[in-house]
Design a protein around this ligand. Structure first.
Ligand SMILES: Nc1ccn([C@@H]2O[C@H](COP(=O)(O)OP(=O)(O)OP(=O)(O)O)[C@@H](O)[C@H]2O)c(=O)n1
Ligand SMILES: O=P(O)(O)OC[C@@H](O)[C@@H](O)[C@@H](O)CO
Length: 449
C-alpha cells in the first residue's frame, strides 16, 4: 500500500457550490455526530466521525473500446480519475481516500497524484474484479500497516473512480444515512425498461419501471458492516457481484437506505460518456471571464464597450473586471480577455500571463487567454502592426507548456460608432466561442473581427 502526499487540502474546483445548503449541510453534519461528539465539537474539541473513501480504479475499461483504461483517459488533457479525486478532496471531512489500481498502473497513478497535487490519497493493489478491488481498499483501512497514515474509519464511502461528478451534498446524505441504517446508496430513475428474456431469447416479462431504480454511486457503510460482509463474501459473489449494497444485505442483514442522486452521478462506461463528461467540464469552467484593461480614458471607452457586449452576448457568463486579479484567480476564473487598445505589443498580456503562471491556476484546467487588439489606421501602419502581432505564435507556444491557451483577436476599430459596435459584437462572439470550445488547436492564432 502506497501513500500519496499526506495532509493538506485538495485543489478547489469550479462548478456548483453548496449554495444555500449551508444550513442543511450543517444540520446533517450535526446529526452525524453522537451527542458527546456534538458537545465536544461545539466546544471546539473532538472531530466528527472518521470518514474514509475507497475508489475502485483497477478496471480495464473494455466497453470504452480504447487501449487506455477509461479511468486514465484524458479529459482536457487530464486523466478522468483526477477529476474524481478532486471532487472528493473538496470534501474536507473525508479523512482518507484509498484508490485501488493495478500494479501496472501504480506508477502512473503516483504521477497523477504528484502532477495534480492530490492530497490524502493512499494506493492499494486492485483485484481481478471490482469487488476484490474494493475489498483490498477496505483491508488497507482495517489493518493499519507500518508507516501507514490510514486508520479504521467509522463510516466508509465507496465510489467508482469513473464517476467524476459527485458533490458534497450527496456524499453527506449517504454518510448520514449509513450512520443511521448501516448502509446507504445513491439511486436514479431507470431510463430504459428492464426486461427478463426467456431461454429461447424472447421476452418473458418486463419489470414495472416505477417499482425499480438504478443503483449508482456514491454508497456509504458503517465500516464494520461492509468489512464483515466482504470477509464473509463467497468467491462467487467476489467474482461476479456488482452491488455492494447487496453484500451488506446478504451477509450482514443490513437493508441499505436508498438516497435519490442527481443526474450527474452516472458512470463513465462508453466513449460517449467521455465526450459527455468533457462537455460538462467545459461548460462548468466557462461560466466566468475576466476582462483586463487599462483605465486610460480612450482605452476605457472601447474596453467598456467590449465588456458590455460580452455581457450581452454571454448572458449566463459572469464578466468581471481585472482590477483585482488575485481575487479573480481565487474565484477560479479560467478565462481572461486582455484588452490592448492603442498598442500591438504584448506587454499587458505578458504581465497577465506572468500572474497566471505564479498562481498555479492552470494546473487543473486549461486557462484561456485572449489578447485583444484594435486595428485603427491612425496609430500604427498596418504592416508594422501585423508584424508585431505575429509574436503571438511564439508566446502561445511557450505558455501552452503551462496549460495556458493563448490566442489573439484583432478587432477593426473604425471611426464610425455603428461599425465599431458591429466589430465589437463580432469580437464578443469569437471570444465566447474560444472560451466554450477551449480548442488547443487554435493557440497562437490571430482571429479578426
Ligand atoms: N477489477 C476491477 C474492475 C473494475 N474496477 C473499477 O470499478 C469501477 C466500475 O467498474 P466498471 O465501470 O465496470 O469498470 P471496468 O471494469 O473498467 O469497465 P469494463 O467492464 O467496460 O471493462 C471502475 O472505476 C473500475 O476501474 C476495479 O477497481 N477493479
Ligand atoms: O457493473 P459495472 O462493473 O459496470 O459497474 C459497477 C456498477 O454496477 C456499480 O457501480 C453500481 O451499479 C452500484 O453498485
Amino acid at each position: 500500500m502506497e501513500s500519496g502526499t499526506p495532509g493538506g487540502s485538495g485543489p478547489a474546483e469550479p462548478g456548483p457550490r453548496l449554495r444555500g445548503l449551508g444550513g442543511a449541510l450543517q444540520a446533517a453534519w450535526a446529526s452525524l455526530l453522537s451527542g458527546a461528539q456534538a458537545q465536544a465539537q461545539a466546544e471546539g474539541g473532538c472531530c466528527a466521525p472518521a470518514v474514509a473513501a475507497v475508489l475502485p480504479a483497477g478496471g480495464s475499461g473494455e466497453r470504452m473500446g480504447v487501449p487506455t483504461p477509461k479511468q486514465f483517459c484524458p479529459i482536457l488533457e487530464r486523466p478522468l480519475i483526477s477529476y474524481t479525486l478532486q471532487a472528493l478532496e473538496r470534501v474536507r471531512w473525508i479523512k482518507d481516500i484509498v484508490v485501488a489500481v493495478t500494479g501496472g498502473n501504480m506508477e502512473a497513478m503516483k504521477g497523477i497524484i504528484q502532477r495534480y497535487q492530490h492530497k490524502r490519497i493512499s494506493l492499494v493493489e486492485a483485484g481481478v474484479t471490482r469487488h476484490r478491488s474494493i475489498f483490498n481498499g477496505l483491508k488497507a483501512l482495517a489493518e493499519s500497516q507500518p508507516n501507514s497514515r490510514l486508520s479504521r474509519p467509522e463510516v466508509v464511502i465507496i465510489h467508482d473512480a469513473v464517476r467524476p461528478f459527485v458533490e458534497e451534498d450527496v456524499l453527506l446524505k449517504v454518510v448520514t444515512a449509513a450512520k443511521e441504517h448501516g448502509a446507504a446508496g445513491a439511486i436514479r430513475p431507470l431510463v430504459s425498461t428492464v426486461i427478463s428474456p426467456s431461454s429461447d431469447g424472447c421476452l418473458d416479462h418486463s419489470l414495472d419501471r416505477t417499482k425499480h431504480r438504478a443503483s449508482e454511486m456514491p454508497q456509504a457503510f458503517l465500516f464494520d458492516v461492509i468489512y464483515e460482509a466482504y470477509q464473509q463474501c463467497s468467491d462467487y459473489d467476489l467474482e461476479f457481484g456488482t452491488e455492494c449494497l447487496q453484500l451488506a444485505l446478504k451477509y450482514c442483514h443490513v437493508k441499505a437506505k436508498l438516497v435519490e442522486g442527481s443526474p450527474d452521478l452516472w458512470k463513465v462506461t462508453y466513449k460517449r460518456d467521455l465526450y459527455a463528461a468533457e462537455s460538462i467540464i467545459k461548460e462548468r469552467i466557462s461560466q466566468q471571464m475576466c476582462v483586463v484593461m487599462d483605465t486610460k480614458e480612450d482605452e476605457e471607452h472601447v474596453g467598456r464597450c467590449l465588456e458590455e457586449m460580452l455581457k450581452n452576448e454571454l448572458n449566463h457568463v459572469k464578466v468581471m473586471s481585472g482590477r483585482d486579479l488575485q481575487q479573480v484567480i481565487l474565484e477560479q476564473c479560467y478565462n481572461f480577455v486582455c484588452v490592448n487598445v492603442m498598442t500591438s505589443d504584448f506587454e499587458k498580456t505578458q504581465k497577465l500571463l506572468n500572474v497566471l503562471d505564479e498562481s498555479n491556476l492552470s494546473i487543473l484546467y486549461p486557462v484561456v487567454v485572449i489578447s485583444v487588439h484594435f486595428l485603427d489606421n491612425k496609430s500604427i501602419p498596418f504592416g508594422r502592426k501585423m508584424e508585431d502581432l505575429m509574436q503571438i505564435k511564439e508566446l502561445a507556444r511557450e505558455v501552452k507548456k503551462r496549460n495556458i491557451l493563448l490566442c489573439g483577436l484583432l478587432i477593426y476599430y473604425p471611426q464610425d460608432e455603428q461599425k465599431l459596435q458591429e466589430s465589437l459584437r463580432q469580437g464578443a462572439t469569437i471570444i465566447a466561442t474560444l472560451i466554450k470550445e477551449r480548442d488547443s488547436g487554435l493557440i497562437g492564432q490571430l482571429l479578426i473581427a
